[in-house]
Design a protein around this ligand. Structure first.
Ligand code: SAM
Length: 211
């Protein structure tokens, strides 16, 4: 699903990033976003179980442009906070294009993010601890969105609801990541595949050797 996503506002810890991407993969989310002011690349650990290969994590420097672009694409942007005026997530409709903005482990959502979201939501807590781990909060919200969409008959049985061309692109990138990278660098289309998923075209030898 390209119309359900998470925006991670300076969530940097590898085990949390990994667990969140694994949950994205579990519900069929194909793309997530992370705002990182540092130059370093996000890193993952074994918690991801390889999900970083299937869920694209787009890196951004600024939350304002990231959220604006999502809104322009028609996403309803929900900030997740523990603030008093936030709405119980069970009262919200996540069947429309939805982005959940999640905050850093220690500080929560930045003030800037809270000001930019369409609405703030919370997951009610009944125990002694104030908040959930960020990856648990992400999973709770993603599975609620999936549940609502399944109940409304909106979840596709295959292809995750993406158009044929995007589906083919994903399939190629997942099957031949290094050839896909070479095509990107050389600004050329992906080669055709035969019915067995094998590349028909004769590629330069050094590209072929890097499968
Ligand atoms: N001290 C931080 C605060 O006051 O926000 C706690 C941050 S919490 C460990 C990390 C992130 O998980 C939060 O920014 C929020 O995105 C999400 N989160 C955790 N528990 C939540 C809850 N009960 N409702 C909504 N979001 C929650």
């Amino acid at each position: 699903m390209f119309d359900l996503t998470v925006v991670l506002d300076q969530v940097e810890k590898p085990h949390n990033l990994s667990a969140i991407l694994r949950s994205c993969d579990a519900v069929g989310v194909l793309e997530a976003h992370v705002i990182s002011k540092e130059e370093r690349l996000p890193t993952f650990n074994s918690t991801a179980q390889g999900s970083q290969k299937w869920v694209a994590l787009n890196k951004h420097k600024k939350i304002n442009t990231t959220l604006r672009r999502l809104k322009e694409k028609g996403f309803q942007v929900y900030g997740t906070t523990l603030e008093k005026d936030a709405r119980d997530y069970r009262e919200c409709n996540f069947c429309e294009p939805t982005a959940f903005v999640l905050g850093a482990e220690k500080w929560g959502l930045t003030k800037e993010a809270i000001e930019l979201v369409d609405e703030t939501i919370f997951i009610p807590m009944r125990g002694m601890v104030q908040s959930l781990n960020v990856s648990v909060a992400a999973a709770t919200l993603l599975f609620e969105a999936l549940r609502q969409r399944q109940d409304a008959g909106l979840v596709p049985k295959n292809g995750e609801g993406i158009d044929e061309e995007t589906y083919r692109e994903c399939l190629f990138q997942w099957s031949y990541p290094q050839v896909a990278e070479w095509c990107k660098i050389n600004d050329r289309p992906y080669p055709e595949l035969n019915e067995n998923g094998e590349i028909i075209e004769d590629l330069p030898r050094d590209v072929k050797l890097r499968y």
